[in-house]
Each structure stands twice: as C-alpha cells, then as structure tokens.
Design a protein around this ligand. Structure first.
Ligand code: SAH
Length: 204
C-alpha cells in the first residue's frame, strides 16, 4: 500500500509514510471488510459514515505539515484511524466527533493499540476547541461549503487548516496557512467526503 498507493501517487514526507506503515488499518475497519483494509478505497463504517481511502489520509496528513511538536485538532474522528496516524507524528491530537457511538468505539480501538496522546471529544467540531487552541494543524475529515471561521481563528501563526471545500457531491482539498500577514490558500486536488454537519456547514 505505502509503495504503490502512496509513494506512487506523490506522497513524499517520510514522517507520513512511516506513520501510514505503522498504524494497523485493519484494526479500524469493520470485521467483514478487513480483507479490503489496505485497498485504495473508502469503506463504510456505520452511521452512514466512511473511513477515507489510505491515499487521502496520507495526503491530508502531509498537507498539515506536522512535526512531533504539533498541537492538532481533528474534526470527524470516525473510526479513529486517521487520529492514530496523526498521533504517531504529533505531540497531541484533540479529535471531535458529533456521533457519540463512533467516538466511543474509536476510543476503544485507540486504547487497544496503545495510542495515548489523543483526547476524544463529542460535539460540533466546526466550532473548534477554544480551550486548547491555538492549533498547529486542524484536519477536517468532512466536507464544508467554506472554511468555518472558528477554525481559521484557532490556527496558530504558521499553522494549517486542511479541509475539503465544495458542495455535497465533490470538493477541493484546501490547505489554508495562517502566516503573520494573513491567510494563504493551497489546493491539493479534488476529493469526496461526507458532509460536515453543522450550522457552520451543511444541515444533516
Ligand atoms: N477520518 C475518519 C473518517 C471520518 S468520516 C477515519 O479515519 O475513520 C467523517 C466524520 O465526520 C464522520 O464520523 C462524521 O460523523 C463526522 N462529522 C460530521 N460533521 C461533524 C461535525 N460538525 N463535528 C464533528 N464531527 C463531524
């Protein structure tokens, strides 16, 4: 998977490749789909949600420019897979999920594989998490019509917001950097995510 689907498609950050190689993806996908855990495709995870394909997880993580000092906010815990990938690089990950059962199950899986530098929160992640802001990176794993202001406001100088922006059908992956002079947009191709459900984004 790492060589063909990640390096082969342009992922080059050694930290990201090491993280993708070390986190057991089969541990996070539903039992009956484990044979597809390393296939380059999204998979259903229940509650009408999906775990992103490995390439997109790697691309978003690379676009976040993480280091081992990074304080990270993740919006959309889902299975906890991407949380584990980010946690293996960063200092701490605050991960917000709106569906309590997904968050609960993700917590069990993360504990089972010994991930400790993660705090799971339940709520609307589009509001951010002011108590532990600013963040060096904010990774949003759900689609929004535009970047929610609270997330932009909670970025540290030099920090990046990685978010799929578009309509419900198709989005562009943005990496928005907060510099001392303001916000700088980078784009990293098109993608397809489930909607970010929030007054700041899409209704249900
Ligand atoms: N990255 C995850 C998959 C995320 S799927 C993984 O590796 O498994 C997107 C997730 O975003 C879903 O679980 C969905 O419930 C959640 N979500 C949607 N809107 C949200 C919001 N406003 N706040 C927090 N989580 C949200």
């Amino acid at each position: 998977m790492v060589r063909k689907d990640l390096v082969g498609r342009g992922i080059s950050d050694a930290r990201v490749l090491a993280a993708m190689a070390s986190v057991p993806r089969e541990h996070f996908v539903p039992q009956d789909l484990r044979h597809l855990a390393y296939a380059d495709q999204p998979l259903p995870i229940g509650c009408e949600q999906t775990i992103s394909q490995p390439y997109i997880v790697a691309l978003m993580t690379e676009e976040a420019h993480l280091t081992r000092h990074s304080n990270v906010l993740e919006v959309g815990t889902g299975t906890g897979y991407h949380t584990a990938v980010v946690a293996s690089i960063a200092r701490h990950v605050w991960s917000v999920e709106r569906i309590a059962t997904l968050s609960h199950d993700a917590g069990i899986r993360l504990e089972e594989i010994g991930v400790e530098n993660v705090t799971l929160l339940i709520g609307d992640g589009a509001q951010g998490h002011l108590a532990t802001a600013p963040f060096d990176a904010i990774i949003v794993a759900a689609a929004a019509p535009n970047s929610p202001d609270p997330l932009l406001d909670q970025l540290a100088i030099g920090g990046r917001l990685v978010i799929p922006v578009g309509d419900r059908a198709i989005q562009t992956l943005y990496s928005i950097e907060r510099t001392a002079d303001g916000l700088v947009n980078h784009t990293a191709g098109s993608c397809r995510f489930v909607p970010l459900v929030s007054p700041q984004a899409f209704q249900g």
